[in-house]
Each structure stands twice: as structure tokens, then as C-alpha cells.
Write a protein that binds this ligand. Structure first.
Ligand SMILES: [Zn+2]
Length: 145
């Protein structure tokens, strides 16, 4: 099991999951990679191919992005529970990014995007993901892994 190194933030990578089994997560597009990708060369490859416009940004930019990611995580936990499905989390992030691109404000996100995300989370991704990986069925208001 590879460990996360805080230096990886310099190439735009944080981690997700438990500290003993961390998975690298991109702070730009929020995609998470497998634990085997927790190597500077592979992580750098991600940013160079997926987020090329960020490949020579400063650590401060990535710190800001990490801050946004943490805020999103809290919001998701609040709305969907602690063990939220990874795909649903990613779907939320993507929606939040789209919203940001459209220039909509945060209030609109709370009023429109979060309820939609909860629907997606419960109705579509939750079922599909649960079926796909053969895990536990959904509880009332939590999408479980
Ligand atoms: Zn990325």
C-alpha cells in the first residue's frame, strides 16, 4: 500500500479514503486514481494529460483548489451521509464545476444543484453503482458503498 506524501499537492494531488489505504485524488478535476498510481511520475502524468492548463501552477493555486474540494466534501457528507458513493461524489463535483463555469452563485448551488445531486445520488448513480459493484442496497437517505 503506497502512502500519500504531502509534497504531492505541488502536482495537484491530495488523497481520499482512509489514511492506511489512501487513493490519490486530483484537486482540479476531483478524479480519484488507484493506490498503485500514488507515484510522482503517474500523478504528474494525470495533470499533464487531464488538466494540462494546471501543470505549471504554483502550490498556492493547488492549496486553494484543495480548500474548495474540502468544502465540497463537507457539503456532500451533509446531504448524502458519510459513506457516500464515490461516483455520486464525483457527479456532485462535476455539477459544482459546471455551475461555477456558468457563473451561477453559491445560493443557486444550494437551492438547485444539491437537491438534484441528491436525486442523482439516490436514484441513478447509487443504483447503477451498487449493481455494478454488487454492494449493499441503498438505505433511505444514504448511498452506501
Ligand atoms: Zn485531474
Amino acid at each position: 500500500m503506497r502512502k500519500y506524501n504531502s509534497d504531492y499537492l505541488e502536482i495537484g494531488v491530495t488523497f481520499t479514503g482512509p489514511e492506511q489505504q489512501p487513493k490519490p485524488q486530483c484537486v482540479i478535476c476531483y478524479e480519484s486514481l488507484s493506490n498503485e498510481c500514488m507515484k510522482p511520475a503517474k500523478l504528474r502524468r494525470h495533470i499533464e494529460t487531464k488538466d494540462p492548463e494546471y501543470k505549471s501552477k504554483s502550490l498556492d493555486v493547488f492549496k486553494n483548489k484543495l480548500g474548495e474540494l474540502k468544502t465540497s466534501r463537507k457539503t456532500i457528507t451533509k446531504h448524502c451521509g458519510a459513506n457516500v458513493n464515490e461516483n455520486a461524489t464525483l457527479a456532485y463535483y462535476k455539477m459544482a464545476q459546471l455551475l461555477a463555469k456558468c457563473g451561477k452563485n453559491h445560493t443557486m448551488g444550494e437551492e438547485l444543484i444539491l437537491p438534484s445531486e441528491t436525486i442523482v445520488c439516490k436514484r441513478i448513480l447509487g443504483d447503477a453503482a451498487a449493481k455494478a459493484i454488487g454492494t449493499v442496497p441503498l438505505s433511505n437517505n444514504t448511498v452506501q458503498r
